[in-house]
Design a protein around this ligand. Structure first.
Ligand SMILES: *[C@@H]1O[C@H](CO)[C@@H](O)[C@H](O)[C@H]1NC(C)=O
Ligand SMILES: *[C@@H]1O[C@H](CO)[C@@H](O)[C@H](O)[C@H]1NC(C)=O
Ligand SMILES: *[C@@H]1O[C@H](CO)[C@@H](O)[C@H](O)[C@H]1NC(C)=O
Ligand SMILES: *[C@@H]1O[C@H](CO)[C@@H](O)[C@H](O)[C@H]1NC(C)=O
Length: 611
């Protein structure tokens, strides 16, 4: 549950906009299919470098699943042939939908590596459900034919290879439905981006309403049935650089100066008049000019202290490095010298928090000294700048009894660097400062003494909610979150900063005071399989048409890999969470899953009801 990292990474996706292609191409390798697959042949030019050799009367087949009705626009066959023509049929659950007549290729056996492709379909058709797709060799010459792959083009980009091959389990009978009528409707806006990274909060759906005085946010167990509780992070498809910048293989050849430039960094290497330090001779000066991201886009790069890591040094004798940085007040730091002895290969230099500045104008200077006669052979293998090691948050227990624990956490480098909340316990008028987030644990009724985390509130307005841990489990993961409070729609990292809050630890009633003057009352109730937040007496200060009052954040890569996959509004049925919709109107917004997700399998569905 490392909030900072999740949001750092959410910045990576900001540049990619929602762009849905209209069709999907699924490629099935013949060698992965079932049936008459005994003659698998190596062919260097084939897809997957393999084909299946088949003769007249033989068939290969596979099971396919279409969760919703789709148009099959093309079923193409990649094949190789040498000899006379062959007739290949495409059958789906025993119905013939098309065929390919292979080209005659009289190449004395040399034609088997040349892949041809042809669409087999007589015409496009619609399909839904679980079916058998078969490729049948209806007629062939005595040498047969080789099938390399089958390509299926369909009209729905939500269909993935996993779902097409029946590896994703979606339930069409999962319904969220509210038939209550209200005079004014709210509006959900699509502001999500697409991602392949399961740890990026790419789903971003602000909700607007003219008068959201009362609303309820409920977290409940997903409606699909599963006994899996996957809850590990999956960074496998993520692009995440811990380095702000990095150089490799810096050599110090005689009289060779270099400059190196990209959009965030200039490096100049210069050779200066001989000068001695610790019995060594100066060989070069490295000047780094670089940009850092900062608070205006929700990043702490420019605020947190840094580590300059210099690794894989190659030299003889003694090596001396002298480090200086140019701070945000335009002053060079005192230089720091490190002597590296033969056999050592790594050095680090530290700059404290708030040394650098957002944007350009950051500088680091390194003077390099060595007592080696010739500079050839001296090398810095790797050199990079990264954030300093962050410490775990400092937790203070604000309240504790048999049923409830309330903790305040002071994070090392909270992204809103100098902002914290004051938390006032109303029973004792006790006040706690420096809280970056608050979390509440409640006793799990079906255990002797276990507590489960049900509520987390961050200083930037983000809320994470969980039902009580279900019977028989130790814990379930958070997934989606809801930002409560008015945000600037156009800020890179939306937030509704909180100045202080009052909480009654016995009733768990809260009053939250935002920095912009807004206030809300909030009651938490955890019962059975759901935790609800009842928000009332809310008072917002910005134009409610321009600033959303809540924002839903989550992750969706594809069906089967998402903390949410559908949104149901009022009694309108479900739409894909990331789809071509731009605005949807209603008072009841159910953010839920129809497909069993491998990521945070038991994280809750979230329902926002305005009333
Ligand atoms: C694809 O075609 C089917 C059947 O015609 C239709 O119901 C469905 O809405 C289409 N899907 C998309 C994403 O256009
Ligand atoms: C790098 O140098 C160029 C040319 O001198 C300058 O325009 C640019 O702003 C510099 N970039 C950084 C990140 O300092
Ligand atoms: C936060 O505090 C540090 C240290 O006092 C200061 O240097 C920095 O400018 C402050 N940042 C903001 C955004 O006020
Ligand atoms: C929701 O319930 C109403 C009333 O029972 C019904 O008419 C409507 O079709 C339902 N909608 C969905 C999506 O099931």
């Amino acid at each position: 549950m490392d909030y900072t990292r999740i949001f750092l990474i959410s910045l990576v996706g900001i540049l990619s906009r929602v762009y849905m292609t209209e069709t999907a191409d699924i490629i099935l390798e013949a060698e992965d299919m079932l049936g008459d697959v005994k003659h698998i042949t190596d062919r260097s030019k084939a897809s997957g470098a393999k084909t299946i050799h088949l003769y007249g009367g033989e068939t290969i087949h596979t099971e396919i699943c279409l969760i919703q009705e789709v148009d099959i626009l093309e079923v193409g066959i990649g094949y190789t042939n040498d000899g006379g023509s062959d007739l290949i049929e495409v059958k789906i659950s025993e119905v013939v939908y098309g065929h390919v007549l292979t080209d005659v290729n009289l190449d004395k056996g040399n034609g088997w590596n040349d892949v041809s492709y042809e669409n087999a379909l007589f015409r496009a058709f619609s399909l839904v459900g679980r079916k058998q797709l078969a490729i049948v060799i209806a007629e062939s010459d005595k040498y047969g034919v080789e099938i390399d792959y089958i390509k299926i083009k369909l009209n729905d980009s939500q269909v993935t290879e996993d779902s097409f091959l029946c590896r994703v389990f979606c339930f069409e009978d999962i319904v969220y439905n509210s038939t209550l009528e209200y005079t004014t409707k709210g509006r959900a806006e699509q502001r999500s981006s697409i991602t392949t990274c399961a740890e990026e909060d790419n789903v971003n759906i602000p909700i607007f309403h003219d008068n959201p005085r009362k609303f309820t946010i409920t977290a409940q167990m997903p409606k699909y049935q599963t006994f899996k509780n996957n809850r590990h992070a999956d960074w496998s498809q993520c692009e995440f650089n811990t380095e702000y910048w990095k150089f490799t293989d810096i050599n110090f050849l005689q009289n060779q100066f270099m400059t190196w430039q990209n959009d965030k960094l200039n490096l100049t290497m210069s050779k200066l008049s001989p000068f001695h330090s610790h019995g060594t001779r100066k060989i070069a000066q490295l000047d780094f000019d670089f940009e850092l991201d900062g608070p205006s886009i929700g990043s702490t790069e420019s605020e947190a202290g840094t580590l300059l890591v210099i690794k894989d040094l190659q030299f003889q004798g003694q090596f001396v490095l002298r480090y200086q940085y140019f701070n945000r007040y335009n002053v060079w730091s005192q230089s720091e010298t490190k002597i590296v002895k033969e056999g050592e290969t790594e050095v680090e230099f530290v700059s404290p928090d708030f040394s650098f500045r957002e944007g350009s104008g950051n500088k680091i200077r390194i003077k390099v000294f060595s007592d080696q006669k010739s500079t050839s052979g001296i090398k810095i293998g790797t050199m990079y700048l990264r954030v300093r090691w962050l410490k775990p948050g400092k937790t203070t227990i604000l309240f504790q009894d048999q049923t409830t624990v309330i903790e305040g956490v002071d994070m090392d480098m909270w992204w809103r660097t100098n902002e914290t909340m004051n938390v006032i316990l109303t029973n004792k008028k006790e006040s706690f400062t420096n809280v970056d987030f608050l979390r509440i644990y409640q006793r799990v009724p079906w255990t002797d003494a276990s507590l489960s985390q049900t509520f987390v509130l961050y200083q930037d307005g983000n809320v994470r909610l969980l039902p009580l841990t279900p019977h028989g489990l130790d814990w379930i993961p958070f997934g989606s979150s809801v930002l409560i409070g008015q945000t600037d729609l156009h800020s890179t990292r939306p937030s509704a900063p909180i100045s202080h809050l009052h909480i009654d630890p016995f009733t768990l009633n809260m009053k939250i005071f935002y920095k912009d003057g807004g206030t809300i009352k909030l009651d938490i109730k955890s019962e059975g399989t759901r935790t609800s937040l009842m928000v009332s007496e809310s008072h917002f200060t910005s134009d409610l048409n321009v600033s959303p009052f809540v924002t839903f954040r989550s992750m969706f890569v594809e069906n089967g890999n998402g903390d949410v996959d559908h949104l149901s509004i009022d009694s309108e049925g479900a739409v894909p969470i990331i789809g071509s919709w731009k605005f949807l109107h209603g008072n009841y917004f159910a953010f839920h899953r129809k497909c069993i997700s491998k990521h945070n399998t038991l994280s809750p569905d979230i329902i926002i009801r305005i009333n």
